[in-house]
Design a protein around this ligand. Structure first.
Ligand code: SF4
Ligand code: SF4
Length: 304
């Protein structure tokens, strides 16, 4: 079976201080960190043992920042070399040192990188992206579509190579009018998928069939957004629950969820890059919006 696992351990601390985030500058206690590390080791061992002979794609979606912790770097490196792992990715702010990626398999490691203006300079973030390119590590780059960050997004798009996909997430609680949506769509041609929540009640979703959410103790759910457990990873009790079914929530408004909502066709758009949010078709076409954005940036935003 081909399965995507979204893993989220207890870790909930971050080195950044984003005003829009509940995990900003939070600290985990030594006990929480020990538990997080032990849970991740157990998960990594389970993937290595692969008791059901699956082909696995794994996305780490920590509440906070994982790559500042050695155990996430080590897990990503180890998992990248396993033949049953076709992709292993993590959501990260890209603040940590990146030398460790040299030990990972660039054929399966990927990073989902978010740029947080105000927490890091654009130059430093771009330098980290260049390091990833230098090691041949697949990565997407993105930002939260806050109005006050639009100019930064334009400048980031202009500075990134055309083949790097830059996604924009709609900001929580923010409504995008047609003009607003159009200007963000110039940066991310797929922004329309994020601009509004998707009604999902009763619509068939791959979450619970080909994609699962796993938390530190092994509890398996369809996705991070529906609370009902399907079983536990480590006793195999979730297997009997894997099947196609409709969503039981009225809306789905997070990319890592609605990417599996079948009527949207996003598995086709992101074929081969669902975990790290890289569209299959794209490298040449990102150049089109990029060209417009490049000239806008050149006129209005001097690249520092
Ligand atoms: S980098 Fe991510 S986890 Fe950290 S404070 Fe910012 S939004 Fe929150
Ligand atoms: S549509 Fe969203 S909330 Fe519903 S099952 Fe899929 S991922 Fe979960």
């Amino acid at each position: 079976m081909r399965l995507m696992l979204l893993y989220r351990g207890p870790l909930a601390s971050c080195n950044y201080d984003c005003p829009y985030c509940p995990f900003a500058k939070r600290r985990d206690s030594p006990d929480q960190l020990r538990t997080d590390r032990a849970d991740l080791a157990r998960f990594t061992d389970w993937v290595a043992a692969n008791p059901h002979g699956d082909t696995l794609s794994i996305l780490f979606t920590p509440w906070g920042e994982g790559l500042t912790r050695s155990w996430y770097r080590e897990a990503l490196t180890t998992l990248s070399h396993l033949p049953q792992v076709e992709r292993v990715a993590i959501q990260t702010n890209l603040a940590g040192r990146l030398g460790w990626v040299a030990d990972a398999d660039p054929g399966s490691l990927a990073l989902w990188c978010t740029y947080h203006p105000g927490q890091v300079t654009r130059e430093r973030f771009l330098a980290a992206c260049a390091t990833l390119r230098g090691h041949g590590i697949r990565h997407s780059v993105g930002m939260v579509g806050l109005p006050e960050h639009h100019a930064e997004a334009v400048a980031l798009r202009a500075a990134l190579p055309a083949e790097t996909y830059l996604w924009i997430n709609a900001a929580d609680g923010h409504t995008y009018g047609a003009d607003d949506e159009a200007r963000w769509t110039l940066i991310d041609p797929l922004f329309g998928f994020s601009a509004r929540p998707h009604s999902s009640l009763g619509d068939e979703c791959g979450a619970g069939e080909t994609s699962l959410s796993v938390i530190g103790d092994g509890t398996v759910r369809r996705c991070h957004f529906l609370p009902e457990p399907l079983g536990n990873l480590y006793d195999g009790s979730y297997r009997a629950a894997l099947r196609p079914r409709g969503c039981t929530a009225s809306v789905c408004d997070c990319h890592i969820g609605y990417v599996h909502l079948k009527r949207l066709g996003l598995h086709q758009i992101f074929a081969g890059g669902v975990a790290e949010r890289i569209p299959a078709v794209g490298a040449p076409t990102w150049g089109a919006p990029t060209a417009a954005v490049r000239s806008a940036a050149a006129e209005s935003i001097p690249l520092r």
